[in-house]
Design a protein around this ligand. Structure first.
Ligand code: 3HC
Length: 311
């Protein structure tokens, strides 16, 4: 069965078609998808914390309502992605327990603090901008449930990026103090946002296999340079600057170039020693414990409904 399964799988990948949950797939394909999709889901859930920090301190009702909608969207993206990962046979509870035990990865970017209101703008513009750059190609991922989840996520992510851009535009056109607050936020979030795309291609152990299986469509460095090109244009409109005087377009390679990134910092953050790692996990544990009664009530209700239908 495996020989026939492998042949069918290879044909689907070669035809750039979709693998669905019931199709035969190599265990390594399943494993790398659970790895990536669960980490993606964890990123969305932990990603709610930096922004939520400003919901109660938003400068106006309009900003508060928009920020609440965005944070709720992130929760939905997380649930979408946990569901996609569950189709591969890994229960959501296991993924949640791994995250809470500090055994699961989530995006490095969410281990940085949100120090001012302008950070909410910089996160929307830079972090969601980088997420879009990374997620649009994932809409064509070979695993059906993942690619389809990305279509919905990308639509909402575009709204997230626009609201972040608008916050920065308003601040940049405000008082000198507001413009400076916006510039400081861009200065702090620029490099960590570039590192969201993952390590340099020559230090990316999953890329070759992930690209062979049409999960990853473009390399980490390819998407990173594409993102820099997008930001160079938009930062002009904001009247702000990117904290990198080595950004230039290389006509020979047809690629954007940027200054060096601190990969030692990246490795520290991935090792759990970033500015906010322990606080993020602690908050996630608390939220999980505080929410236990809701899960128990929902499960009891579902069991009673089931018994009534069986009855
Ligand atoms: N943060 C944490 N870990 C990272 C990372 C990052 N930014 N970039 C890479 N890593 C990890 C990888 O997971 C891998 O470790 P593992 O083998 O234990 O999983 C290791 O570093 C080496 O990296 P590779 O390049 O070999 O790994 P991948 O091929 O998986 O590429 C990736 C990394 C590009 C992040 C890819 O996993 C991916 O595209 N993931 C889905 C997208 C995603 O997770 N985006 C997070 C965005 S957050 C978000 O969307 C919220 C927004 O709405 C605000």
């Amino acid at each position: 069965a495996d020989l026939a399964g492998q042949a069918a799988f290879d044909r689907v990948i070669a035809a750039d078609s979709r693998i669905e949950p019931r199709d035969w797939m190599p265990e390594a394909y399943r494993k790398t998808l659970v790895r990536q999709i669960s980490q993606h889901a964890h990123s969305e859930i932990i990603g709610m914390q930096p922004e939520a920090n400003w919901i109660s301190r938003a400068p106006s009702l309009k900003r508060k309502a928009i920020l609440m909608a965005k944070v709720q969207d992130e929760a939905g993206h997380g649930l979408y992605l946990y569901s996609a990962a569950e189709t591969l046979g890994t229960p959501r509870q296991k993924m949640t327990e791994d995250l809470i035990a500090g055994k699961a990865r989530y995006s490095s970017i969410f281990n940085y603090p949100t120090l001012s209101w302008a950070d909410v703008g910089a996160i929307g513009w830079l972090v969601d901008g980088a997420a879009i750059c990374n997620q649009v190609p994932l809409c064509r991922a070979s695993y059906g449930p993942y690619g389809r989840a990305m279509v919905r996520v990308c639509k909402e992510e575009s709204f997230h990026q626009r609201q972040g851009f608008e916050i920065l535009l308003e601040l940049a056109n405000g008082t000198p103090a507001q413009k400076q607050m916006a510039q400081h936020a861009v200065n702090r979030w620029y490099a960590p946002s570039l590192m969201m795309f993952g390590p340099p291609d020559d230090d990316s152990p999953n890329s070759i296999q992930s690209m062979a299986w049409n999960i990853k469509r473009f390399s980490n460095d390819e998407l990173r340079q594409r993102f820099v090109g997008m930001m160079v244009e938009q930062v002009e409109v904001l009247g702000l600057t990117l904290p990198d005087d080595q950004i230039r377009f290389n006509d020979e390679t047809n690629k954007w170039e940027h200054g060096p990134l601190d990969w030692d910092e990246f490795k520290e953050v991935l090792a759990g020693r970033g500015p906010c790692n322990s606080q993020r996990l602690e908050r996630r544990r608390e939220a999980h414990e505080d929410g236990a009664w809701v899960r128990e009530a929902a499960a009891a209700y579902a069991a009673r409904k089931h018994a009534e239908q069986e009855g």
